[in-house]
Design a protein. Structure first.
Length: 364
């Protein structure tokens, strides 16, 4: 693809400004607010689930109502904490956290499902919670990956982040309806033992972190939603291709059905990654791009951004806890072929941009 398929099809992004900044009087936000999920409640209001970072990088998931002015997000009303790190898999000696939530409505379950990063004694892992009202959240538990002989590795060995749940069943590898979860395993094990280094699955020629998908049959989830945590049939979806994704890439916003396929905004990372660090990399630059996945086979990328949709250009995106970061994590569909995207700005505050959804992009 030599030209940007999304730009050529009329897709544009327009910044709407800062939506949430840390409250200096609240120690739960001393380290910043960032990387939220979002969802429409039963009342039609838009609720934001920001990552609240306290001293020592101790994270909670907050709850806030977005205030609008003339149809544009203009701030938030804080409503408290939606999820506190309480379980063993969310805590470690000296800290812990529940981080970077994504919230997906799942109509066939009558609930919203939150995917989040649980920072426990084994490092970052994916966990799930669900809610019928967006106020009370019940943990489904940490995600487990069944051994896949074709992959010849155990995905449970690796730190994992950036989990995105499809809001409805999609065709699984066997053609039967399945729930699918995008995620981003990280093959560098030196964070726990410097002697290990990178240990990617055998046969994976490119060890840079990318986007994978795993499945669970829909009938098992409909019988018991806890089965969303029991994933199998792991497949690679996308690896870095462009200079702005040179170091790694990962999922951003939960999949949104649009004309032509499933839209997933993702982040690309350029720069130098320090071995043994799983977050707060100091010498990198995060940008936002887009993928369009085949609705009949979500492992197949129909189109992807050749250039970023959004880059860290504003002062609040270039200066913060982690400089030079735009990190999209929440999407709110709007009328007129648009969607508002909420994103982390330098791991310090939350911004929004309005995405105009053009014609279905074509790769080529």
């Amino acid at each position: 693809m030599t030209a940007d398929a999304f730009a050529a099809a009329g897709w544009t992004a327009r910044r709407l400004g800062v939506v949430m900044e840390p409250d200096p009087a609240d120690p739960r936000e001393a380290g910043g607010v960032c990387n939220p999920g979002c969802a429409r409640g039963p009342d039609g209001e838009l609720y934001l689930f920001p990552r609240l970072v306290a001293e020592g990088n101790y994270s909670r998931v907050g709850l806030a109502r977005v205030r609008f002015s003339d149809g544009l997000p203009a701030g938030v009303e804080r409503l408290g904490v939606a999820l506190e790190p309480e379980e063993l898999w969310e805590r470690h000696r000296g800290g812990g956290g529940v981080e970077d939530p994504r919230v997906t409505p799942v109509p066939v379950l009558g609930r919203h499902v939150m995917t989040y990063t649980a920072w426990g004694p084994l490092g970052p892992r994916i966990a799930l919670a669900s809610s019928a009202d967006l106020e009370r959240w019940e943990r489904l538990g940490p995600v487990g990956f069944a051994f896949d002989p074709a992959l010849r590795t155990d995905l449970n060995l690796y730190p994992n982040k950036d989990a995105l749940l499809f809001p409805e069943p999609v065709p699984g590898p066997d053609g039967e309806p399945a729930f699918a979860l995008l995620h981003r395993p990280m093959w560098d094990l030196s964070w726990s033992n410097p002697a290990e280094g990178e240990a990617p699955p055998p046969g994976l020629a490119d060890p840079r972190p990318g986007i994978w998908v795993s499945f669970v049959p829909a009938k098992e989830v409909l019988a018991d939603p806890v089965n969303l945590t029991r994933l199998r049939d792991h497949r690679l979806v996308a690896l870095p291709e462009r200079p702005w994704e040179q170091a790694k890439m990962g999922g951003g916003t939960p999949p949104l059905r649009v004309d032509g396929g499933w839209l997933v905004l993702h982040h690309g990372v350029a720069g130098r990654l320090e071995p043994g660090r799983v977050e707060h990399q100091p010498a990198v630059r995060y940008t936002a791009g887009a993928l369009l996945l085949d609705p009949e086979d979500v492992t197949r990328v129909l189109a992807r951004s050749a250039e970023p949709l959004l880059e860290p250009e504003e002062p609040g995106e270039r200066q913060g806890v982690v400089p030079n970061v735009v990190f999209p994590t929440a999407i709110d569909p709007r009328d007129g072929g648009q969607a508002d995207v909420y994103y982390g700005m330098a791991d310090a505050r939350i911004g929004a941009f309005r995405l105009t959804i053009g014609q279905p992009p074509r790769s080529g």
